[in-house]
Design a protein around this ligand. Structure first.
Ligand SMILES: Cc1cc2nc3c(=O)[nH]c(=O)nc-3n(C[C@H](O)[C@H](O)[C@H](O)COP(=O)(O)O)c2cc1C
Length: 356
C-alpha cells in the first residue's frame, strides 16, 4: 500500500515536469495504488497542440517523473498507455505501483526532479564532454524508439536543422494563429520580472529590459504584422532560437521512430530522462519544440505557410537518419543557478473531479 505521504511525494514529482508554455495539462485520480492520468481539456488542444502532441509530450515527462520517484521510494511501476483511446482519448495512462524487492536504484535522477528547469539564458560555456553526451544519449535510448542525435558544429545536418529552427520560430510570429497562441500564453500582467502560477512567466523568458515594452506591444497583431513587413519575424526567430543555439556548446535532436501517441508519450519520457541527467550533471537545457511539432504536419497553419512545413520535416528527418526529429535541445553550462524556474499551480488543482 502506498502511504498518503508517498502519494503526495509522487504527485509533487509529477507536476514538477515540464510542459509546453507551462500549460501544466495534467489531471490525476488515485484508484487505490493505481494512478490515472488525463490531459486537462481546458489547458490543451491549442493550434500547435493538434492531435495533443505537445500535451502528450508533457504527459510523458510527467509519467517519467512518477516512475523515477516511485523507484526511489522503493516501488516498481507498470504503465499502460491510453487505456481506452477510442472512448476517452484524454485518458493518457494508468500507472500501477507495487513494493519492490530490488536494490534501490541510483537516485540521482529523482533528486534532480525539483531542480530541473528551463534555462533561457545565454551564452553558455562548454564543453559538453563526450562521456556526458554518451550518458545523455543512453538515457534517451531507455525508451523504445527514442534516440538522441548530437549535431556537431560544421556538420551539414546541423546547418540544415538551424535553418529549420529559424523557419519554425519565425513562423510563430508570422502566422496570426500561432502568434495569438504564443502571446496569450505569456502573463504580461505580472510585469517583466513577475511570475504566474501557470503559463509563461515574463521573468522566465529573460527578455532584455530595453526591449520589454516593444515585445509586450507585439502581442497586438497589427503591430506584429507591420513589424513583419520589415523582417520582424526573422529577427524574433534569431533572438529566441538561433542566437542562443549558436552561443551554446551542445545541440542535440531527440528522434523517434513512430508518430502515434504512444511514440510521442515515450518521447516525453525520454526528454525528461535526458533533462534530469543533464541537471544532475550541472548542465542547463532549453528545448525547442516548434520545428519538430510543425514538421509532424498536424498543426494547421495558414495555407501560404504550408510548404515550409515539409522543408522543416525533411531537415529533421535527415538529421535523424530516418524517423522524426521531435525536440531540439540546446545545452551548456550557465554562470550561476537559474532562479527563474516556471511556477506551478497548487497540487489540489490537478485532481480529476469527473467530467469537468
Ligand atoms: C513539449 C514541450 C515543449 C516545449 N517547448 C519549448 C520551446 O519551444 N521553447 C522554450 O523556451 N521552452 C519550451 N519548453 C519548456 C517549457 O516552456 C517549460 O517546461 C515550462 O515553462 C515550465 O518551466 P520549467 O521547465 O522551468 O519547469 C517546452 C517544454 C515541453 C515539455
Amino acid at each position: 500500500m502506498l502511504t498518503p505521504r508517498d502519494k503526495n511525494t509522487l504527485l509533487e514529482a509529477a507536476v514538477a515536469a515540464p510542459s509546453a508554455d507551462n500549460s501544466q495539462p495534467w489531471l490525476y485520480r488515485w484508484m487505490g495504488d493505481a494512478l490515472d492520468l488525463w490531459i486537462d481539456a481546458r489547458r490543451a488542444g491549442k493550434p500547435s497542440d493538434a492531435r495533443y502532441v505537445l500535451s502528450d509530450l508533457g504527459l510523458g515527462a510527467c509519467i517519467e517523473n512518477l516512475c523515477i520517484q516511485a523507484r526511489a521510494l522503493g516501488y516498481t511501476d507498470k504503465v499502460q498507455y491510453l487505456p481506452d483511446e477510442e472512448q476517452d482519448p484524454l485518458w493518457v495512462a494508468r500507472l500501477e505501483f507495487s513494493p519492490s524487492n530490488k536494490e534501490p536504484p541510483d537516485t540521482a535522477l529523482a533528486q534532480a526532479i525539483p531542480r530541473r528547469c528551463t534555462d533561457r539564458r545565454f551564452p553558455w560555456k562548454g564543453p559538453v564532454e563526450e562521456a556526458l553526451r554518451q550518458a545523455l544519449a543512453a538515457e534517451a535510448s531507455q525508451l523504445p524508439g527514442a534516440r538522441l542525435v548530437w549535431l556537431d558544429p560544421g556538420s551539414q545536418q546541423r546547418h540544415a536543422v538551424l535553418k529549420a529552427l529559424q523557419t519554425a520560430e519565425s513562423l510563430r510570429f508570422q502566422s496570426r494563429r500561432l502568434h495569438h497562441e504564443l502571446f496569450s500564453s505569456i502573463c504580461f500582467s505580472a510585469g517583466r520580472k513577475g511570475a504566474c502560477p501557470e503559463g509563461l512567466s515574463p521573468r522566465s523568458l529573460g527578455i532584455e529590459a530595453p526591449v520589454w515594452p516593444f515585445f509586450k506591444a507585439l502581442r497586438h497583431w497589427p503591430l506584429m504584422r507591420a513589424f513583419n513587413a520589415i523582417g520582424g519575424a526573422r529577427l524574433m526567430g534569431l533572438r529566441s532560437a538561433v542566437l542562443p543555439v549558436r552561443l551554446s556548446p551542445g545541440l542535440a535532436l531527440l528522434c523517434i521512430e513512430g508518430e502515434d501517441r504512444p511514440a510521442i508519450l515515450a518521447a516525453g519520457r525520454a526528454l525528461e530522462r535526458v533533462w534530469l541527467r543533464a541537471t544532475a550533471a550541472g548542465l542547463s537545457i532549453q528545448p525547442y519544440a516548434a520545428p519538430g511539432v510543425l514538421g509532424l504536419g498536424f498543426v494547421e497553419v495558414e495555407a501560404r505557410f504550408q510548404d515550409r512545413l515539409g522543408l522543416i520535416r525533411q531537415a529533421l528527418e535527415q538529421a535523424c537518419s530516418g524517423g522524426c526529429g521531435l525536440l531540439l535541445l540546446r545545452m551548456g553550462r550557465a554562470a550561476g543557478l537559474n532562479k527563474n524556474r516556471g511556477a506551478r499551480r497548487p497540487l489540489s488543482s490537478f485532481e480529476w473531479r469527473g467530467g469537468e
